[in-house]
Design a protein around this ligand. Structure first.
Ligand SMILES: C[S@@+](CC[C@H](N)C(=O)[O-])C[C@H]1O[C@@H](n2cnc3c(N)ncnc32)[C@H](O)[C@@H]1O
Length: 215
């Protein structure tokens, strides 16, 4: 069953997702189905999305929910663990990674406050497993004052992403910007309405050979 069909037929815990996110999830999470992965979602809500990921990813996935609200602990079940803490608290996040290992997928659906999104990203992104995915959703808040956002406002996560595009391309910037760990470990960045996806990998060599015969 597709993730979309599963969502539409859900009669377990409540899920709260924008509909246009489902093709994004399927595009970036499909390769993890039936793999023994660690999938962390920041923001458990009513617990339904944790169950959705479990059904979609299959029997080998470890789903970990992070939430600041203590009642989220009740969402634990086979394959689903929940840890209570603030997504801005890097010592708490370190403890979660020490316990479960490097996440293959990190989905940030937490507070959507710019300072929180940025703090989680700066700590967690370098710790994502090679080949893993980091996805931040509901980034319409990057344009909303009450979440610390605003068009071209310093501290907005969308502004951070814009500068990371330069780091992604730093190998070609003729010294104008030095390659960073982000350059070396990021394969791609994907921008959608309200969602940014980072795919990690490790480039060994970037070259552009010409192959074939010329008339
Ligand atoms: C939008 S809801 C999550 C919805 C859920 N993922 C779903 O798809 O149904 C946001 C959640 O983030 C949690 N949250 C808010 N601030 C947080 C913070 N600073 N750290 C961790 N979780 C936080 C809230 O308690 C709430 O459960």
């Amino acid at each position: 069953m597709s993730l979309w069909s599963d969502f539409l037929q859900n009669d377990q815990r409540l899920i709260h997702k924008w509909t246009h996110y489902f093709p994004i999830y399927e595009a970036h999470f499909g390769r993890f189905v039936n793999r023994p992965i660690v999938f962390i979602e920041i923001g458990c809500g009513e617990g339904g999305s944790l169950q959705l990921w479990k059904r979609y990813l299959g029997p080998f996935a470890q789903i970990v929910g992070i939430d600041i609200a203590p009642h989220a602990k009740a969402f634990e079940e086979d394959q689903i663990a929940v840890r209570i803490g603030d997504q801005r608290d890097t010592e708490f996040l370190r403890g979660v990674l020490d316990e479960f290992g490097a996440p293959d997928v990190l989905l940030d659906d937490g507070s959507h406050v710019m300072a929180d999104v940025t703090a989680s990203f700066e700590f967690l992104y370098p710790r994502i497993a090679p080949g893993g995915v980091y996805i931040v959703e509901d980034l319409h808040t990057a344009y909303w004052d009450e979440f610390g956002g605003g068009l071209r406002r310093d501290g907005s996560f969308i502004e951070r992403c814009k500068s990371l595009i330069d780091h992604l391309n730093a190998d070609h910037a003729r010294g104008q910007i030095a390659p960073t760990e982000f350059t070396r470990t990021t394969l791609s960045m994907h921008f959608y309405d309200s969602v940014v996806v980072f795919e990690r990998g490790r480039y060994i060599k970037k070259h552009a050979p010409q192959i074939g015969t010329k008339e």
